[in-house]
Design a protein around this ligand. Structure first.
Ligand code: AMP
Ligand code: MN
Ligand code: MN
Length: 319
């Protein structure tokens, strides 16, 4: 597919858009960029966007208050589009609406994505789903509100143009977005770097208590349920911890796990290149990218880390 307009023939009167569970910046940015673009360019279209409790940090994106946080499973959309969703079990609240839709389209950038919609546009090498979205739009029609949403997605999945997935094309697109004239410095600070006092406190504690393993090539950080309750934080408050762990000298893989329910851990992994963490995540039923991946695992923290270490070590020994 070359352009999003190819999907929107006469028969399409309603469109649903959704991202993945625990929506991150790229997910919010892609869904909102597409939502704003469709509303602007196709005013007769009935468009809805569904996201499961996105962070208020993104409230500067235009029409953020129109995001629906509950599904309406009676709705049958002519077209349903998932953005930044690597597999159907990650659709979350929109799963039934997706299943009932007349046609489905998947816009993504996860190499683990096998293509689960009627039409799939997956570019596994592209740094963000937002960047993929931009290439499907008419650049002349990317107004400032659309640009703000897409730029948000791009900075979040590239770590502000720092990760190895950033390409000259990423920068060219960012430049075009920036030329629409928004306050990019404020967006970067307030949506990406800024932490609350409690978020910084818990990050400090995780770093202090982090564990090196596999001869210093791996580092792990753990947050248990009781710590989350003590600091009054949830999973969204722990963003950025795994990226900080990855910056430890000598480390190939950073693992961060947090216990969202008793003995149930959300696992985040980041690699500096030697290990393909998406393979490790896939082994445990998750997915992601070569340098950033995740999965859900159960057991004690030490069970989880031992099982992960075994899979990581296999790759370290080979390469
Ligand atoms: P995270 O560590 O949660 O920031 O996720 C890093 C990457 O891995 C993202 O691209 C996610 O889409 C993907 N990912 C995280 N958790 C899972 C999961 N349980 N299943 C599939 N993909 C995941
Ligand atoms: Mn995402
Ligand atoms: Mn993404």
């Amino acid at each position: 597919m070359k352009k999003i307009s190819e999907l929107l023939d006469e028969s399409v009167r309603s469109v649903g858009i959704a991202g993945h569970v625990r929506p991150d910046g790229d997910c919010v940015g892609t869904c909102m960029g597409l939502y704003l673009y469709l509303k602007q360019e196709y005013p007769k279209l009935a468009v809805d966007v569904y996201l499961d409790h996105p962070k208020q940090d993104f409230a500067y994106i235009q029409n953020f208050d129109e995001i629906q946080m509950e599904a309406d499973d009676t709705k049958v959309y002519d077209l349903f589009i998932t953005c930044d969703v690597s597999s159907p079990d990650r659709i979350g609240l929109a799963e039934t609406m997706f299943a009932h839709a007349k046609r489905t389209f998947c816009l993504d950038h996860h190499i683990s994505n096998k293509g689960f919609a009627d039409i799939n546009h997956v570019e596994g090498q592209v740094s963000s789903a937002s960047e993929v979205l931009y290439t499907l739009l008419d650049p002349e029609k990317v107004t400032q509100p659309v640009a703000v949403a897409i730029y948000t997605g791009m900075i979040h999945d590239t770590g502000v143009f720092q990760y190895s997935s950033t390409t000259p094309r990423t920068m060219e697109i960012a430049a075009k977005l920036m030329a629409t004239g928004f306050d990019f410095n404020k967006i970067i600070d307030e949506s990406f770097y800024q932490k609350s006092y409690l978020q910084n406190q818990i990050m400090g504690r995780v770093l202090t208590e982090s564990i090196l393993f596999l001869h210093g090539t791996c580092i792990a950080g753990i947050v248990r349920k009781k710590d989350m309750d003590f600091y009054h934080v949830d999973g969204k408050d722990l963003d950025g911890i795994v990226s900080q762990l990855r910056l430890t000298k000598g480390v190939e893989v950073a693992v961060f796990i947090y216990e969202h329910d008793p003995m149930q851990y959300k696992v985040s992994m980041r690699s500096n290149g030697r290990v393909d963490v998406s393979r490790v995540a896939l082994y445990f039923g998750g997915g992601g990218h070569t340098r950033a991946a995740g999965c859900d695992m159960s057991g004690t923290a030490y069970d989880v880390l031992n099982n992960l270490a075994e899979q990581i070590e296999k790759q370290l020994l080979k390469g």
